[in-house]
Design a protein around this ligand. Structure first.
Ligand SMILES: O=C(O)CC[C@@H](O)C(=O)O
Ligand SMILES: [Zn+2]
Length: 432
């Protein structure tokens, strides 16, 4: 999982059920025999949630890949949990639809894993997170009981909204087996701007202006700092269409009329150029050019790996502080041997920064200079210590930096209720 050696897993048994009933039988057996289970989708997570760290049985959803229905009119897709995100997108394309979420791992991540981790990704700014787009789901509790919450309705206020308990609980309360999700129309027009900027204060101004001027067509707003872009250009040898600048922004628009969208985008770009908010920029709607630009963003994770060891932090902060941790940490780590780069990039439009410190190899000394400082810093600003990657195996002992003692107690009570024997993803998500 991910690229961090601490997540090397071990398991003697991988089970690949095809149906919900098979999942139910496996869990009932494991529950009765007190056998720990690690639910696993595409195993693309970054916090070790899908890794069997203590010889758990792996319950892998890769054989559960049936699409049951796609409704052209309502836009509702119903499928099994093991469908690969990119395959769903391709299937929807024939119906003029697309998945509401998109992430770098789309070629291997499973929709069930996406739900279980409440995956965010690159177009959350426009289409919202899975708590909004998932209409219903089916899940199996630790004791094998099947919970049918597979509504396809947009509106349903009959009682408690139980589906939300399974979205983002990282397989600790149950295994998601089926999904009903609201899919938007595939945009007829997509345009992508790649901008070079001089400072983070300019980025904030451009973000505000993009929200105001592009309004309903704004779909993504990502930022990358220069040292992060270097992992793509130097480590992966990707080509950037712009010269070097301290910061970059990717702004994608989705709309129904190319002429209308381009007019808006061009006016916006003219303004930000004239007012010197940006230093340079290009805009394109050519699929191959858009792909090359998106590669500079989507392949960052892969690029960082080539530095050696990467300390990764996935943080939500109030927007004015989005980048503030980077200079603070650069100062804190100045002169420390073995550091390759201290960088920040990520989902600017959602206030979610991916803060990374890469070094030639893992070092305890560097780790202790970063942690718990990074969590304390985030907590003081009332940010989240895990904005989209979850808690997994990596962060249970830090959850208190983002959650109050009272809410941790409620989470533990819920866990006891859903999984009294603690067989589902033990030692993950919740602190001991
Ligand atoms: O590698 C990471 O830390 C971030 C991965 C992913 O969330 C992204 O936004 O590219
Ligand atoms: Zn991300």
């Amino acid at each position: 999982c991910g690229f961090e050696p601490i997540f090397l897993g071990y398991s003697r048994c991988v089970l690949k059920p095809k149906t919900t009933e098979e999942v139910a039988k496996i869990l009932a057996f494991c529950n009765n025999n007190r056998i720990a289970v690690c639910p696993q989708g595409g195993n693309t997570g970054l916090v070790g949630g899908s890794v069997p760290v203590f010889d758990e049985i792996v319950l892998c959803t890769s054989q559960m890949n049936t699409i049951y229905s796609i409704n052209d009119t309502s836009g509702v897709l119903v499928c099994q949990a093991g469908c690969i995100l990119e395959n769903l997108d391709k299937a929807l394309e024939e119906h003029g639809l697309m998945m509401p979420l998109d992430l770098g791992a789309k070629g291997s991540c499973h929709i069930g894993g996406n739900l279980s981790t409440n995956a965010g990704g690159l177009r959350l700014l426009r289409y919202g997170n899975l708590h909004g787009t998932v209409l219903g789901l089916e899940a199996v509790k630790a004791d094998g009981e099947i919970i049918d919450l597979l509504s396809t309705l947009k509106k349903d206020n009959t009682g408690f909204h139980l589906k939300h308990l399974f979205i983002g609980s990282e397989g600790a309360l149950g295994v998601v087996t089926k999904v009903a999700i609201q899919c938007p129309a595939k945009p007829k027009a997509t345009n992508l701007a790649f901008l070079g900027l001089e400072s983070f204060s300019h980025i904030l101004k451009v973000l505000k202006k993009a929200k105001g001027d592009l309004g309903e067509i704004l779909a993504s707003c990502e930022m990358i700092d220069q040292s992060t872009l270097d992992v793509c250009t130097c480590n992966l040898k990707l080509k950037s269409p712009l010269a070097e600048f301290p910061f970059y922004m990717l702004i994608e628009t989705h709309g129904s009329s190319d002429a209308h969208d381009q007019e808006k985008l061009n006016l916006f770009l003219e303004d930000v150029m004239l007012s010197k908010l940006i230093l340079d920029g290009i805009v394109t709607n050519e699929p191959s050019k858009m792909k090359n630009i998106w590669d500079l963003r989507e392949r960052i994770t892969e690029g960082f790996v080539r530095d050696g060891y990467v300390f990764k932090y996935d943080i939500s902060l109030p927007i004015e502080h989005f980048y503030s941790l980077v200079p603070v940490m650069r100062e804190r780590l100045a002169g420390t041997e073995g550091i390759v780069r201290v960088s920040g990039y990520g989902h600017l439009g959602d206030g979610n920064v991916h803060f990374q410190v890469s070094c030639k190899q893992f070092s305890n000394e560097i780790l202790h200079q970063i942690e718990p400082f990074v969590y304390e810093y985030t907590s003081k600003l009332r940010g989240s210590i895990s904005a989209e990657h979850g808690i997994g195996f990596r962060k249970p002992k830090y959850i208190h930096y983002s959650k109050s003692p009272e809410s941790i107690v409620i989470m533990k009570e819920l866990k006891k209720m859903f999984d009294p024997n603690g067989i589902l993803n033990p030692y993950k998500v919740l602190p001991m």
